[in-house]
Write a protein of this length. Structure first.
Length: 183
């Protein structure tokens, strides 16, 4: 780990931003600091999560796909559904499934409901890796143990608004969740 700086570089950047563009309202400066902090937090979390997953031989995107398959009704999902749920491009799904298949953690099967489609099916080894990796994530509190539970809930709520505004999903009525179809 690098030697910590003696100042907060994001706060310093905010001060310099404010001096360079003095006519902006305080919301602009707060937005710049918040976004820069989120980007740095992303770097920190990816490094932490990758370190947790390294002993299990998978990356975070492969972990997400395995967990999605574990939680599906039959341990299988169409590749298109995986991309939709993980909100990634079809090429990324193909790459992830190729890697998982190469490691023996999933296998491909024809989709019986769609003659042209393919299912990713989790193997017993895939279930074991997902379980061990999840135990490691739980033990590490997903790399965000420094933030108290109540603040994590607040953070989730704040970032959820950003995701809704970006069109990631529609807002569902309070207390109601749509039941996902497995296939």
């Amino acid at each position: 780990m690098a030697t910590p700086l003696e100042f907060d570089p994001i706060e310093r950047a905010g001060e310099l931003w404010q001096k360079r563009w003095p006519g902006e309202d305080d919301g602009v400066y707060a937005a710049m600091r918040a976004v820069t902090s989120i980007m740095r937090a992303h770097q920190i979390l990816i490094a932490e999560l990758d370190a947790v997953l390294r002993p299990h031989g998978i990356t975070f995107s492969r972990y997400e796909a395995l967990v999605l398959l574990v939680h599906s009704g039959h341990g299988a999902l169409p590749l298109s559904k995986i991309g939709e749920r993980l909100q990634v491009h079809a090429t990324s799904v193909t790459n992830v499934v190729d890697r998982l298949e190469g490691a023996g953690l999933v296998r491909r099967e024809p989709n019986p409901r769609d003659g042209r489609g393919t299912l990713a099916v989790i193997t017993d080894s895939g279930r074991e890796v997902a379980a061990r990796a999840t135990e490691a994530f739980n033990a590490s509190r997903f790399g965000i143990a420094a933030v108290p539970d109540q603040e994590l809930e607040q953070l989730f709520t704040i970032l959820r608004r950003l995701r809704v505004d970006a069109g990631d999903f529609g807002v569902e009525p309070a207390g109601q969740r749509k039941r996902d179809a497995v296939r």
